[in-house]
Design a protein around this ligand. Structure first.
Ligand SMILES: *Cc1c(COP(=O)(O)O)cnc(C)c1O
Length: 387
């Protein structure tokens, strides 16, 4: 059986109440800079466990202003994972600082804290742990390491909205957390992102950086206080999220638990089926209460990746690879990075295929994907041997 409909690897789930909220905002006085932004930020802070949230245009903008808020610049180093979307490291380059890549653990595919420790130098200023696939890094351990070396933490939570680490919400930790609401992520505002933090100084700085570095908060003024007055304190950007998008974010957030639960049900179906096959799956470490975004398999025989990938695509399954290690990208090679920095991540990349995972997949579709993987790995029916 071939599903006529293409099964995409990730997809938004937009329902009638989402549409109604957007239409209502379109008819209101504010399309941007209005009340929906603060409302969305309040809801997001509650869900993420952080005191403050700053909604921005996308997750990449969130990473950029988080990196700027730390004052990163030339000569500074920031350590992150290579097995992530390019933006996790690009934000370091935006500031003129240097990304340093630490390897991942083969089972969890999360940053290997022991390898990371070896890459700390006197120039290291921050760590960007990535909750890859929606499994959580051990933030108790990362926080301890950051304190030991006086480093800042920016958690890249683009995959992990709704997850917990060491029994705590991601926003309960020191430093900053960044979120993405791109349509393939757990909730969506079309484009959209946010930074959360418990630090009031960072919060004020993030608010300014989102809007050209401008403040209208009198307590921050260095100059005159007049009714027309405002001040630009930093070289910020227009990274604002619109009220239309925040209205969508508010209704989407209400569905977060349902989305996370359905994603996990699908992960459980895949895990159960693939336990018998010659491949590796991402493991859930003891401290992680996941909110899964990606489901990847890694083939034992890496030379078969292309063949299996093509066969699944031919069956209308939206396979992908998450990710090509960042430092193997031509831009990173052009600025001096070389293959071999993180052998575990490179090996994972070479064996990997991402399978569809989103809350609207039916059980029937998941079983279809499972059967296609099984039949592609074992093209002929297994022979039965006489005992
Ligand atoms: C999606 C993503 C981002 C960036 O988010 P955008 O909203 O697409 O800019 C950052 N980091 C990771 C790990 C992501 O998956």
């Amino acid at each position: 059986m071939i599903f006529l409909e293409y099964i995409s690897y990730g997809r938004q789930c937009i329902e009638d109440d989402d549409i109604a909220a957007v239409v209502e905002t379109l008819k209101s006085d504010f399309l941007t800079c209005g009340p929906k932004i603060a409302e969305f930020e309040r809801d997001l802070a509650a869900v993420t466990g952080a005191r403050y949230a700053v909604a921005v245009a996308n997750g990449t903008a969130a990473l950029h202003i988080a990196a700027l808020a730390l004052g990163l610049g030339t000569g500074d180093e920031v350590i992150t994972s290579p097995l992530t979307f390019a933006a996790s490291a690009n934000c370091v380059l935006y500031c003129g600082a240097t990304p340093v890549f630490a390897d991942i653990c083969p089972d969890t595919m999360l940053l290997d804290i022991e390898d990371l420790r070896k890459k700390i130098t006197p120039k290291t200023k921050a760590i960007i742990p990535v909750h890859y696939g929606g499994e959580l890094c051990n933030m108790d351990e990362f926080t301890k390491l950051a304190q030991e070396f006086n480093l800042s933490l920016i958690q890249d939570c683009a995959h992990s909205l709704g997850g917990k680490t060491c029994g705590k919400a991601q926003g309960e930790y020191d430093g900053m957390q960044i979120w993405s609401f791109h349509p393939v992520k757990t909730i969506t505002t079309a484009e959209g992102g946010a930074v959360t933090t418990n630090n009031e100084e960072l919060y004020k700085k993030l608010l300014r950086l989102r809007t050209h570095g401008i403040t209208r908060d009198k307590s921050q003024y260095v100059g005159e206080d007049a009714p027309w007055h405002y001040e630009m304190h930093d070289l910020g950007f227009n990274y604002r999220l619109t009220d239309i998008q925040c209205a969508l974010g508010i209704t989407q957030l209400k569905k977060l638990d349902r989305f996370v639960k359905r994603r996990q049900e699908i992960v459980n179906m895949y895990n159960h089926a693939f336990a018998e096959l010659p491949l590796q799956i991402q493991q859930t470490p003891a401290w992680s209460t996941p909110a899964r975004h990606l489901y990847t398999i890694r083939l034992n025989e890496k030379q078969r990746r292309r063949e299996v990938f093509d066969a699944l695509l031919a069956k209308n399954i939206g396979v992908n690879v998450h990710y090509i290690p960042t430092y193997l990208m031509p831009h990173y090679k052009n600025i001096g990075y070389k293959a071999g920095i993180c052998p575990v991540a490179e090996d994972a990349f070479e064996r990997m295929i991402t399978l569809p995972l989103h809350p609207q997949l039916s059980d029937e579709q998941v079983e279809y994907v499972i059967n296609c993987v099984r039949n592609t790995l074992f093209p002929s029916p297994p022979l039965s041997f006489p005992m």
